[in-house]
Design a protein around this ligand. Structure first.
Ligand code: AMP
Length: 512
């Protein structure tokens, strides 16, 4: 296969080969590979014309409701030789402002009329160019201009920047190269036998890296991607019917959604004859619910994929080809193609079999670091301590694990205050920082109640605070999925001997 300088070349090839075949479907319509390419070119033409020629990249923030217009905009960004930055449509404006600030005055924003209105309250430097999607989609494409611009891209340039929770209160922009996504798409194609007859049922929001699986395997193979209406996820028992009625062959969902479907009982009644691959990633998948799926749809490939946003989606996988007892841990398996995982113990040496250590990742999918933030990049992306010979960057995931006797990697949990709630990655520090912005709050400490899988926010305050009203204030700074489920107000926090907030005591108080 020819060497590609940009993942958008996959779309060029798909348009050539599959032409008017449907590429993406949403609840409002569909788009063919040809049309996707054409509109991508139109958007790119508008973006290139609005870009000053003297700088390297001007990220394209895509602030749109989830629909076909999002992938179209991603293609437009790539054709314009810029990385795209998916922004959740319901992201609080304070958080969007922080992302805009990190762009150092040079970026594009593609949005719609409502988004445009929302942005009017923000501080937008002159170099931040706002485009209305419907308007620039009508631009007459300048093919020569786009081709000339695109030809300067190399496969180690950024394809996207995905912002994930940051413990200091500022989201971290993970900057991923084209090469990682291209390699990953090929791995997905081979591992799950994706071809032009496949139909992918997309659940992942486009601002989560799980969506990379769906978008790029579709572009690579000519498969169809159906964006499942977001509202359907509120009614998990309806999802199997949707899979059946739309002939979906492959799903890659967060375990929370799979659990909700299994718990609804619907799997014993609705058959899904077309379903072939059920992959999941993002948090621990409990065997109880996985076994319910397996018994209902026995002929599927079930795959536990593992990877942080800092990798082009996934770096290890395990095909779960048998039932596991409820209490048995499900392996995260082995490294994907072009990826390697090493486990470093406390001495920074390679952990032995069954010895616990930090999972560290090497390979083409490792991101370039955090956008415009050298300090945190240098902490997490470091020289491989096992390699004294040449520069080899590894990403320290902060996840604990070990390799078992069968050579399979097992996941043990986090080393820090990062948690997962319904598949969403949350730094407890981000919630605390947001709480500190609210009047009357003298201290804040967020803890995760493991038993009930919920976030409890302890607040030091002399005022009487109520959860619902407090969360309305918090919502100005953090996304809805980060809001605490419980608020505990205290006059004074307990402190440790070295005067830090005593998290352990606060967490213990939950068990009482
Ligand atoms: P995110 O950056 O949102 O993809 O979250 C990455 C984190 O989710 C990882 O560092 C893990 O802690 C957790 N995670 C991802 N995949 C799995 C998995 N298959 N099993 C358990 N935890 C996972």
């Amino acid at each position: 296969m020819t060497h590609l300088n940009s993942a958008v070349r996959l779309l060029d090839a798909a348009a050539e080969k599959y032409g008017d075949k449907t590429a993406i479907v949403d609840e409002w319509g569909e788009i063919s590979f040809n049309e996707l390419r054409k509109r991508g070119y139109a958007l790119a033409t508008a973006v290139i014309r609005a870009t000053e020629a003297d700088y390297l990249v001007a990220p394209v923030m895509v602030y749109l409701k989830k629909s076909i217009s999002c992938p179209v905009s991603f293609m437009g960004a790539m054709y314009s030789a810029n990385p795209y930055v998916p922004i959740a449509y319901d992201m609080p404006l304070n958080r969007i402002q922080k992302i805009i600030d990190s762009m150092m005055g040079r970026a594009h924003i593609i949005t719609d009329a409502r988004g445009y209105e929302n942005l009017s309250g923000l501080d937008l430097p002159a170099g931040i160019k706002v485009h209305i999607y419907e308007e620039i989609a009508e631009t007459e494409a300048d093919e020569a201009l786009v081709e000339k611009t695109l030809s300067r891209v190399t496969d180690v340039d950024p394809i996207y920047i995905m912002f994930t929770s940051g413990s200091t209160g500022t989201p971290k922009g993970v900057t991923v190269p084209h090469r990682g996504v291209i390699d990953y798409a090929r791995w997905v194609e081979n591992t799950f036998d994706i071809d032009e007859n496949s139909v992918l049922g997309n659940q992942a929001p486009f601002y989560f890296d799980n969506s990379i699986f769906d978008i790029y395997s579709c572009l690579l193979t000519g498969a169809k991607m159906i964006i499942i209406p977001e509202s359907l996820f509120l009614f998990p028992s309806k999802l199997p019917e949707f899979i059946r009625d739309n002939g979906i062959t492959t799903i890659f969902w967060v375990p929370t959604v799979m659990i909700n479907v299994a718990n609804s009982g619907v799997l014993s009644t609705v058959k899904m004859p077309t379903l072939k691959n059920v992959a999941f990633c993002g948090e621990v998948m409990p065997n109880t619910q996985l076994n319910i799926w397996r018994r209902s749809v026995p002929d599927c490939v079930y795959a536990n994929l593992y990877g942080p946003t800092e990798i082009s989606d996934v770096c290890t996988y395990y095909i779960a080809d048998r039932e596991f007892a409820d209490s048995d841990p499900l392996p995260i398996g082995r490294a994907c193609e072009n990826m390697r995982v090493i486990i470093l113990n406390e001495k920074n040496e390679q952990a032995k079999t069954n010895e616990q250590g930090e999972l560290c990742v090497i390979g083409s999918g490792v991101s370039l670091g955090y956008w415009n933030n050298k300090e945190i990049t240098d902490k997490a992306f470091v020289q491989n301590p096992l390699n004294p010979y040449y520069t080899e960057r590894i990403y320290r995931t902060g996840d604990l694990g070990y390799v078992n006797d069968e050579g399979l990697i097992m996941y043990l949990g986090r080393m820090d205050n990062q948690v997962k709630v319904k598949g969403n990655r949350i730094e407890l520090g981000e919630i605390e920082n947001a709480a500190m912005c609210i009047d009357g709050v003298n201290g804040a400490c967020a803890v995760f109640d493991d038993k009930n899988q919920k976030i409890v926010l302890f607040v030091e305050s002399r005022e009487e605070l109520r959860l619902r009203k407090f969360n309305t204030e918090l919502r100005k700074y953090i996304p809805a999925y980060m809001l605490p489920s419980e608020l505990v107000v205290m006059d004074k926090f307990p402190h440790t001997a070295n005067d830090k907030i005593d998290r352990v005591t606060l967490k213990k108080s939950l068990q009482n």
